[in-house]
Structures are given as structure tokens and as C-alpha cells.
Design a protein around this ligand. Structure first.
Ligand SMILES: O=C1O[C@H](COP(=O)(O)O)[C@@H](O)[C@H](O)[C@H]1O
Length: 232
């Protein structure tokens, strides 16, 4: 489905508008089904949006939050997406939400992926809201160019759940929801900031292999429309 661009003057304006949209979608899910599920990205981009959303008035006790991807590092590691969520989203009113981490203290990242798949099985079919980010290399979630499990991750027939990923650009081994888990979120957002990320998006929207810029899988094959939130 085609992507729709929502452009804002700056990051603060984007954070306010995206928080409005997500809060309304989570509230609508609670009204319709009694609960809401919400998958968020890590990295540097979502911080202000998380802070803004955490103060929104909705029944957070009925919201389950998880991550679209995570590094295989414990929750207190400064590089963990878990820590970013705890410090910025699970604050204020959103403290009442339930958080399901992807990291598991298992002997291997493969064991952690199996445990995380079981732990999140009931919430991703589909997610009410999924917020994706994008790296300068065109990765999204932990779908990295050259990733060890990239073909499996992007294959639409791979079941919903979490798999492992290792790649040169990824640092630690990763845990990531598969394409099939994310592509049909009722609200599917790509949140990017900066002129250079806009340039990466333009390139990704052009011709080329998905494996070179894995965000293309979402842009080309997601069954939900992709709402792009961007600010310079
Ligand atoms: O590795 C990651 O990076 C992407 C993008 O992060 P950013 O710092 O450029 O905003 C993020 O979406 C993903 O969740 C994270 O694990």
C-alpha cells in the first residue's frame, strides 16, 4: 500500500501530533476490543514522542507495550531499547501500562527469541499500533542489509513472532519481530527525522532490491497503509 507523508515543522510538533494519533488509536482499540497492543521502536528518534505520549490521558492499564526489536543485552544496558522505553514512555500516566520486553536472560539469543515469541504471542495478531524507525542504511526493526536472517525475517510466510539477526551494522545480536508480525498493524507508522532520513526514504521508494534497503519490504508489501511522520 502507498505511504502517506505527514510533515511537521520540527520534532516537537511531530511528537505532539504523533502522540495525538497514537493515543486516539489506542483508545479506539480499547473501546472496540477492551484492550490495546502497541509495538515501539528504539534508537534515538522516538524519545520526545515517548515523553509526549506518556502524559496522554487514556486507560493505560488496558495497554500492552512491546518493542519491534531489541539488542541481546540486559535491560540496564545503555544500548537497550528496553531502557529507552522505561525512561521515556513508561512514565507519567503510561506507567500503568503493561510492558513485555523482548530481551530474555537466556543462554543464547536463539533461546531468547523462542521465549519472547511465546511471551508476545497473544498481542501481535495484529498489533493495534506499530511504530517503526529507519536507519541511514535503510534498516527497519532489525531487518539489516546483509543480516544473517534477513530473508527469513522478510518472508511474508514466516510466522508471526521473534527471530534473531546478526549484521555488521547491528552491533550486538538482535531480536526482531518478523515482517509478518508488523506489516498489518491497524496503525502502521514510520517515524523518521532529519533531511538525510528523508533522502534515504526517497531512495527506498525508488527501484532496487529489498535486501539492499529492507524498509522497502514495508513500503512495498505491508497490507496496512504506512503513515510516515517526518520533521527536518
Ligand atoms: O537499531 C535501531 O535503529 C533504528 C533507527 O534508530 P535511530 O537511532 O536512527 O532512530 C530503530 O528503529 C530500531 O528500533 C533500533 O533497534
Amino acid at each position: 500500500m502507498a505511504a502517506t507523508m505527514h510533515a511537521f515543522a520540527n520534532g516537537a510538533e511531530l511528537a505532539r501530533n504523533l502522540a495525538d494519533k497514537v493515543a486516539a488509536s489506542l483508545s479506539a482499540a480499547i473501546d472496540a476490543r477492551g484492550a490495546a497492543t502497541f509495538a515501539v521502536s528504539g534508537g534515538s528518534t522516538p524519545k520526545l514522542f515517548f515523553q509526549e505520549l506518556s502524559a496522554r490521558d487514556l486507560d493505560w492499564t488496558k495497554v500492552t507495550i512491546t518493542l519491534v526489536d531489541e539488542r541481546f543485552v540486559p535491560a540496564d544496558n545503555p544500548r537497550s531499547n528496553h531502557l529507552l522505553v522505561v525512561e521515556n514512555l513508561l512514565q507519567n500516566k503510561a506507567k500503568a501500562a503493561r510492558f513485555l520486553p523482548l530481551y530474555q536472560a537466556a543462554a543464547s539469543v536463539e533461546d531468547a527469541a523462542k521465549l519472547a515469541t511465546v511471551a508476545t504471542a497473544s498481542i501481535s495478531n495484529p498489533f493495534d499500533v506499530a511504530i517503526l524507525g529507519m536507519g541511514g542504511d535503510g534498516h527497519t526493526a532489525s531487518f539489516f542489509p546483509g543480516g544473517s536472517n534477513l530473508n527469513v525475517a522478510l518472508d511474508a510466510t514466516t510466522p508471526r513472532g521473534i527471530i534473531t539477526m546478526e549484521a555488521d551494522g547491528a552491533g550486538e545480536p538482535r531480536l526482531t519481530f518478523t515482517f509478518s508480525s508488523l506489516q498489518d498493524a491497524r496503525l502502521l507508522v514510520l517515524h523518521i527525522e532529519g533531511e538525510s532520513k528523508n533522502g534515504v526514504l526517497t531512495k527506498a521508494e525508488g527501484a532496487g532490491e529489498e535486501a539492499d534497503m529492507p524498509i522497502r519490504a514495508i513500503l512495498r508489501r505491508a497490507t496496512s497503509s504506512v503513515e510516515v511522520y517526518w520533521a527536518p
